[in-house]
Design a protein around this ligand. Sequence first.
Ligand SMILES: *Cc1c(COP(=O)(O)O)cnc(C)c1O
Length: 389
Amino acid sequence: MSSSVTSSLTATLESELESLRAADLERSLRVVRRVHGAEVEIDGSRAIDFSSNDYLGLATDSRLAAAAEQAIREHGLGSGASRLISGNSPEHEALERALADFFDAESALSFSTGYAANVGTIAALAGRGDVIFSDALNHASLIDGCRLSRATVHVYPHGDTRALRALLASHRATARRALIVSDGMFSMDGDIAPLPEIVSLARGFDAWTYVDDAHAAGVLGHNGRGTPELLGVESEIDVLVGTLGKAFGAAGAYVLGSATLRQYLINRARSFVFSTGPMPAQAAAARTAIEIVQNEPELRQRVNENARQLRSALNAGDGDAHIISVRVGDAAATVRLGATLMEHGFLVGAVRPPTVPDGTSRLRISVSAAHTPDQIERFADTFAAIARQ
Ligand SMILES: *Cc1c(COP(=O)(O)O)cnc(C)c1O
């Protein structure tokens, strides 16, 4: 590679990074070592983590590690090929049976990540001539799946089912297939999609429903089956997606639906077809996590109780959603607030554009079953003291 080519590239990228820096939007990696429970070590200093999606504290659970170790001894590390070639391990099949059982679904197909599940599945279900109705605050992987599909996409204002109805009325009839896509619990503010209304609109306008429940699966609902269970619409969602990297403490993701949907995606979801199968050990760990979620409902209760305790201490509204968002507005101020909390030993998410719209930067505080009441109290006191200044 000639150095003039390289330096032209570097100069171009450097100037783009400079604009990000000037707008306080440049991000950098920090090294985070998980110590125990919610305790982490960041670039050498100890902190209590209020930023992770490890809502049940399972990421450092020794039972998941033991299941992964056992699977590595039995199957080796990599799966060696895509699952359609020779990479379909008994661990993948066992995980998918466990997922279908746990969620009381006809069928499950697992993917390497939630990102891969969404881009692959949406693009497989919709194409040119089809129409997708998408909530304005949907996760980036849903947005990317919509774009990749080449379907016509209509974005409706966040949670606004009247606007959704109007868009369906205007654009459904001329399209071939129609898909309504929404997060179940929204990642930034922890609020919940109006699934009963969405399901009823879908029925009225002959559209399919696609729900990504990454933040609620394993946590919400009597059995931990997430937002559709909480809202009583489980049997009415056509496609339910979730990740195994958040509450389940492992990695990977799944798509739940009919056996036909599974067989179709095996043939048509490009992120499934053209990607090496996930590590069998990751599937084994996830299956252990599902068993734990099934057998230990007290974990869900603890997240809810912890969330209630923190919400009430922060005056952050009622309810027990485990994601609490504190709107700051300005990106630089949000970063400063995050840094001050870090100096006091608390790690929270400082969320800036492009993750959220301009001028709506916020602190994203997430609560886990691994937090002790004492950690929550100390965090709330520190937060209140800093907010007062
Ligand atoms: C985290 C997240 C994903 C991506 O899942 P990964 O397994 O981390 O790739 C998809 N959708 C939503 C709503 C998420 O919050």
